[in-house]
Design a protein around this ligand. Structure first.
Ligand code: HEM
Length: 186
């Protein structure tokens, strides 16, 4: 049990802090059918968000975060994200809720496993009743995110993630994906 300020953050406790990395790789779609590789650096800040109970039954511990991603070659901000990671106390269930400023929200659910490292594995789908992706009318028509799958591995002062978003865009399916490794900042 890992407690901070008397709240049991369980597997989320090790996330709290400031993280940065400059080895990110993103694959994004181009209108002409080609793939764009973006090498990026980023900062993710996780802060304590306390504990909530639902229906006097489910107790969730929460950390909130902000993520800012910039292209190495130009410093342009190519991705921003805010959200929460939630852990259902007494279980191995985790929830990742996030929004990005394109008109899109994800509520992904899954499991956390702690052995040598702590591995969070979550997913969501546009047509799932349990773990849905909600997006604007424009995105639904022109750049739909059909699925979101994310694996995040925490090992001491190292944080890695790999995520895949299956997009329906420019008349094709595209695996928009990101891989990154970050270090905790002192
Ligand atoms: C490190 C994380 C991410 C990076 C670096 C990133 C980067 C990018 C880039 C460079 C584009 C192309 C923008 C353009 O051509 O104007 C893009 C498009 C897009 N991304 Fe991401 N993205 C990330 C995460 C996500 C996530 C988590 C989602 C959804 C859950 C998402 C959904 C989309 C969508 C729907 C588009 C629109 C397609 C387009 O216009 O090209 N991205 N992203």
């Amino acid at each position: 049990m890992q407690t901070l300020n008397s709240i049991d953050y369980g597997p989320l406790a090790g996330l709290i802090g400031v993280w940065s990395g400059n080895k990110g790789k993103d694959l994004s779609p181009e209108a002409d059918g080609t793939t764009e590789l973006n090498e990026y650096y980023e900062t993710i800040v996780f802060t304590e968000a306390g504990e909530t109970s639902n229906a006097e039954e489910e107790v969730l511990s929460a950390v909130q975060y902000t993520q800012k991603v910039q292209r190495i070659s130009s410093d342009k901000v190519i991705h921003q994200e805010v959200g929460y990671w939630l852990w259902e106390q007494g279980t191995d269930n985790v929830i990742h809720s996030l929004t990005i400023p394109r008109g899109l929200c994800v509520l992904a659910g899954g499991k956390v496993v702690t052995k040598n490292a702590t591995v969070f594995d979550v997913e969501a789908s546009f047509d799932s009743e349990q773990w849905p992706i909600t997006q604007s009318v424009f995105l639904q028509k022109k750049a739909m995110t059909k699925t979101f799958k994310q694996k995040m591995t925490l090992s001491g002062d190292k944080l890695q993630y790999s995520q895949h978003m299956l997009l329906e865009i420019y008349g094709n399916s595209f695996d928009h994906n990101d891989n990154s490794s970050l270090r905790r900042q002192p």
